[in-house]
Design a protein. Structure first.
Length: 192
């Protein structure tokens, strides 16, 4: 799968991802993949994706063509992913069936988001979380969370913490590998 991380420290945010794609037991590493990027961009927002490899192209298309997308708060992200779900079904043939007992149709996506307003996570039922310090997603998340938790107070920058998270995921998770991609973003100061 992958290791994705998002970190907030001081007035900066960092979002990072490993570069490995897997198909069952087959590994497509950065050395062979001409587009190993797991992040998509929309204006000043960076979204790191995990799940199906098809998500990358689909979300690149969605973010370049869909109108009125807003990622600047938890409620706006929820509304944006609610709108995108209908487009995913109608134009990209999303199969929303996951489990019969699920309360809602699944988007089959896990994403971490960073932009000047903060750091967020979105899960398959369009659950949205805003994080205060850091979070991780993907198959390497436990390793990344442990490393970032251990180092958060000792490292000075969001980027350094994010790098350690992805590096730990790539070291211990069989479905994650370096090189990594890291994007840093200046945060908008919060009022109050």
């Amino acid at each position: 799968m992958t290791t994705l991380v998002v970190v907030r420290k001081g007035n900066m945010a960092a979002i990072a991802a490993d570069s490995l794609t897997t198909f069952g037991d087959t590994r497509l590493s950065d050395a062979f993949d001409a587009s190993s990027d797991k992040m998509v961009r929309h204006s000043d927002t960076v979204i790191a994706l995990c799940g199906s490899a098809a998500h990358q192209l689909v979300y690149e298309n969605l973010l370049s063509t869909a109108k009125d997308l807003n990622f600047n708060s938890k409620s706006e992200i929820f509304e944006t992913f609610r709108k995108l779900h209908a487009i995913l079904k109608d134009q990209h043939y999303l199969n929303p069936k996951e489990e019969d007992e699920d309360a809602y149709e699944s988007t089959h996506i896990t994403a971490l988001i960073a932009n000047p307003s903060g750091i967020y996570g979105v899960y398959s039922m369009r659950e949205v979380f805003e994080f205060k310090r850091f979070w991780a997603a993907g198959s390497g998340r436990e390793y990344a969370l442990g490393a970032m938790n251990a180092l958060y107070d000792t490292l000075d920058s969001a980027e350094a913490i994010a790098r350690m998270g992805v590096d730990s995921g790539a070291t211990f998770d069989k479905n994650s590998a370096l090189p990594m991609q890291v994007v840093t973003i200046a945060l908008t100061p919060r009022a109050g």
